[in-house]
Structures are given as structure tokens and as C-alpha cells.
Design a binder for this molecule. Structure first.
Ligand SMILES: N[C@@H](CCC(=O)N[C@@H](CS)C(=O)NCC(=O)O)C(=O)O
Length: 223
């Protein structure tokens, strides 16, 4: 049976949701972030050297990295569900979004978190205004425009299709949900993004999504 090593309030929530969608039984092992650093505990590094969540174990296999985990689950347990038929335009889009979520959409969101939190860290009183001004500059000249560019792109991609791969819901929608939920939680989505807001509404209404939340516990991407 698949075991999900689940860090609270993390990307791991997507894997619970995927398994709920596929109706595949799984075991959950909970790990708590350090309250100060927000980092995962050593116990998760005992499962995989990077100690990042999600990570799953299944028989002799340990699989890390959300996209790789999704591919592993679909390949071994999916029975062709939640992915388009091979060699179709939808299949190409599926692969694109599966990689895009972590490879392109997440980096500016992570930078945003780092540069907005950095000035709040304890530091010498005299350097604080300099650090604050520097972080502000990085955010306004690079990070925020990048986030907006990605959000506008994703918004336009849902203009003529219901889901990111096409008319059918797929595991790529699960993968892309995390950057979108993070962007929404940090106030980057607004009335200029009706398609993305509608996408979030539709995924939140899915029973397997709700069931995964019940099992995974608190999910607050702002913290
Ligand atoms: N690209 C990786 C990112 C994994 C990642 O950074 N996970 C975060 C949780 S959302 C984590 O484990 N943070 C705790 C830490 O870095 O110690 C994936 O999608 O699996």
C-alpha cells in the first residue's frame, strides 16, 4: 500500500487529493513543520535525503517530487484515468502543465515569500532599512511582474477550455492547483482572473478534494 509522508500545510496535499480521486487506499504518516523555521523535521529526511514533502513509499520504492509521484501513481495505479490518451494534443498539454507547475510557476512565488519575509527577520537595527529597501526593489522590479505574467498566462489558457489539458479534468489540474492556491492566498488573484477563480471554485467543490482536506488537516498556504 502507498504511504504518503505528509508534511502539514504543504504540497503533499495534492497527492492525497490524487489518491482520493482515483479511490486508491493509502496510509498517511504525519510530519510537523518546525514552528519557527517552517522546515520539515529530521524524520522526513530519514525517508528521503532532502526531507521535502511530498514523498511516498510503496513497497520497495521511495518516490519524491510531486510531478514524479503523480507520474508514478498514474503509471502503476491509474488504469489510464486522470490523463489524456497518449500522443494527443491533450497529452502534450498534460505533460507541459505537470512540469510547468513546479518548474515555472512556483519559483517566483517562492521568491516572493522569501523577499517579503526577509526584512522581518531579526537583524542589526542599522541595516534593516537597507535590507527592506533592497527586498522591496527586488519584489517590485522582478518578482511581482513575473508572478503577474504567469497568472495572466494561466488565465488566458483557461479562456477556451474547461481544464488545463482540455475538456476533461486530469492530474495536471491537481498539480497546477498548488501555485494557484498559493497565488490566491497571497492576494495575487482578483476580478481580472475570472477563469482561475472559477477553476479554484470548481476544484474546491470536488468531493475527493474535500475528503483529502479532511484527512490531511489544516491547509493554509499563507503561513
Ligand atoms: N518541487 C518539490 C518541492 C517540495 C517542497 O519544497 N516541499 C515543501 C513543502 S510545500 C517542503 O517540504 N518544505 C519543508 C522543508 O523545506 O524543509 C515538489 O513539488 O515536490
Amino acid at each position: 500500500m502507498i504511504t504518503i509522508h505528509h508534511l502539514n500545510n504543504s504540497r503533499s496535499q495534492r497527492i492525497l487529493w490524487l489518491l482520493e480521486e482515483l479511490e486508491i487506499p493509502y496510509e498517511l504518516k504525519f510530519y510537523q513543520r518546525d514552528a519557527k523555521t517552517m522546515l520539515a523535521p529530521q524524520a522526513l529526511r530519514d525517508i528521503h535525503p532532502l526531507g521535502k514533502s511530498p514523498v511516498i513509499t510503496d513497497d520497495k520504492n521511495t518516490v519524491a517530487e510531486s510531478g514524479a509521484i503523480i507520474e508514478y501513481i498514474l503509471k502503476n495505479y491509474g488504469d489510464n484515468r486522470l490523463r489524456p490518451a497518449p500522443n494527443t494534443p491533450e497529452d502534450l498539454r498534460f505533460t507541459y502543465w505537470l512540469h510547468y507547475a513546479e518548474g515555472s510557476a512556483m519559483p517566483p512565488l517562492v521568491l516572493s515569500l522569501i523577499f517579503s519575509q526577509a526584512p522581518k527577520q531579526p537583524m542589526l537595527f542599522l541595516v534593516q532599512p537597507i535590507i527592506k529597501a533592497f527586498c522591496e526593489k527586488v519584489l517590485t522590479t522582478y518578482v511581482n511582474p513575473q508572478i503577474n505574467m504567469h497568472i495572466d498566462f494561466m488565465e488566458s489558457e483557461l479562456k477556451n477550455r474547461l481544464w488545463f489539458t482540455g475538456e476533461e479534468f486530469s492530474a495536471a489540474d491537481i498539480q497546477i492547483s498548488f501555485p494557484l492556491e498559493a497565488a490566491a492566498a497571497r492576494g495575487s488573484l482578483n476580478s481580472k482572473h475570472p477563469n482561475l477563480l472559477n477553476f479554484l471554485e470548481r476544484i474546491h467543490a470536488r468531493e475527493p478534494y474535500k475528503e483529502a482536506l479532511k484527512r490531511g488537516g489544516a491547509y493554509n498556504l499563507l503561513s
